[in-house]
Design a protein around this ligand. Sequence first.
Ligand SMILES: NC(=O)C1=CN([C@@H]2O[C@H](COP(=O)(O)OP(=O)(O)OC[C@H]3O[C@@H](n4cnc5c(N)ncnc54)[C@H](O)[C@@H]3O)[C@@H](O)[C@H]2O)C=CC1
Ligand SMILES: O=C(O)[C@@H]1CCC=N1
Length: 278
Amino acid sequence: MSKPQTIAFIGAGNMASAIIGGMIENGFKAENIWVSAPDDSHLQSLRKRFGVSVTTDNRHCAQQADMIVLAVKPQVMRQVCQDIAPVVQNTRPLMVSIAAGLECATLDNWLGGGLPVVRVMPNTPSLVGKGSAGLYATDDVEQAQRDAVSAIFESIGVAVWVEQEDLLHAVTALSGSGPAYFFLMLEALEDAAVANGLEAATARKLAIQTMAGAAEMAGRGPDEPAQLKRNVMSPGGTTEQAIRTFEDGGLRELVTKASTAAYSRSGEMARELAKDDE
Ligand SMILES: NC(=O)C1=CN([C@@H]2O[C@H](COP(=O)(O)OP(=O)(O)OC[C@H]3O[C@@H](n4cnc5c(N)ncnc54)[C@H](O)[C@@H]3O)[C@@H](O)[C@H]2O)C=CC1
Ligand SMILES: O=C(O)[C@@H]1CCC=N1
């Protein structure tokens, strides 16, 4: 693949914007990126922000591409795939789906069969170059195509390949949905600090920096999170009280329950969408 690849995004919502924004910030050329969606306001906003080419015609968008990123909601994916199937059966690009739950076999069937398919579970911090993505490729995907997908998702964060498709449910429950868990924590910490008398803006600034600082320390290692936590807990001090309150209140069990709910929903979506395929 010596010439720069043309990448087409079908769908122009939160995730497509996050990935495209991250790509442009990290050196991908806008002239090699096409985007389609029925919603012209989404398209115009992407065109203005990033300079990418846009169209409301999915087939026209698909026609341009060596790689097509399917970035629509799982529920509209069937219609989108069946619409572009005649084009992609002719041009045979690499198909990349970021939809939660939707399995490669189902997608491939909707696309007419026999195409190389990669599934990616990204997340919204891709927009700021701090994304986390789990990736899975079918046997039809060549190494150069895997490398091309890795290049995109590594340019906007961390990209990890899994060898079994089912593991993407676990990735979804961890990093796909995960940003929302941390935003919830941020909201709760800010509210608590305001109740303790801080200005909201001050509380938010401190809470965000605390979260970012803790993540940076955990990422750099070598200490385990448990040790890093102990380092903050002076015997008889304040942190001990807070951590005991979290543990006694069942925070770990609640986190397991919440993650399992996301994991189960991902599997359920895969089964529902596969049934839709019958
Ligand atoms: N939002 C997130 O944090 C994550 C989302 N995902 C997956 O990404 C996919 C997109 O999600 P979001 O970006 O959040 O959704 P969104 O609702 O923000 O964007 C969906 C986009 O699809 C477009 N669209 C609707 N019907 C279409 C059609 N027939 N043809 C072309 N485009 C069409 C809409 O105009 C919109 O631009 C979903 O499959 C979701 O499972 C994956 C990981 C994280
Ligand atoms: O909530 C969802 O279904 C999507 C997948 C992961 C994040 N958002």
